[in-house]
Design a protein around this ligand. Sequence first.
Ligand SMILES: Nc1ncnc2c1ncn2[C@@H]1O[C@H](COP(=O)(O)OP(=O)(O)O)[C@@H](O)[C@H]1O
Ligand SMILES: [Mg+2]
Length: 238
Amino acid sequence: MLLEVHELNTYYGMSHVLQGISLYVNQGELVALLGRNGMGKSTTLKSVMGLVKPRSGSVVFEGKTITGYPPYKAARAGIGYVPEERRIFPNLSVVDNLFLGIKGGKILNPEDPKVWTMERIFQHFPKLKERAGQKGRFLSGGEQQMLTIGRSLMGNPSLLLVDEPTEGLAPLLVKEVRDILEEINKAGVSILLVEHNIKVALSLANRVYLMGKAHIGFAGTVGELERNPEIKAKYLEV
Ligand SMILES: Nc1ncnc2c1ncn2[C@@H]1O[C@H](COP(=O)(O)OP(=O)(O)O)[C@@H](O)[C@H]1O
Ligand SMILES: [Mg+2]
């Protein structure tokens, strides 16, 4: 098992926003974490990444307990995080934005074909290559999203936590981002994906977790979910 989250409890002040969240991601999997707004999906990713500190429970990554690690240590352990708000550097070029992604990640031999280099990122993101010298702020929303994903890959994560990557994108770009996630996953990066576009999520995922308020209400394969329209209706906007 690549990631194993066991009984996480996370609070914002008095508010108990994760009440015993357990989930796992196997090596090579793309797992979707879905649910309506405010259920705790982003907080779950943040609790894994160490951006918020769970009060109890455990996060085990590649066999090592990393619960409560600060984000830079989680990154060094091999977890990449693509936040909901695309945090690109508007005054830096695409290339410089990508270089910043190396910082904090795993340092590996660039000769190894499995290692993410600028060249390899540009193969997967030809649009970014075209705009390599441009400042981040001149990129479209879709290009900024690709840049955020590309930058996180520069840290060579074995697991990528991706929060709402298609939010606010035009349909054509939704498809592009979707296809990139598929490619990255096929290239060997496991992904835990939070996504409000159910169609996109189910077209990519091996398995699905559905969140109700602060808890996991359903766990199963995409096929199992498709055979349970009442569960879909209970937890998702369908
Ligand atoms: N920084 C914060 N401080 C206080 N409450 C928060 C904070 N972030 C999120 N929340 C609350 O925690 C709950 C879960 O939020 P979140 O994890 O963002 O849900 P989701 O990603 O599923 O929409 C919501 O009720 C939200 O209002
Ligand atoms: Mg969210």
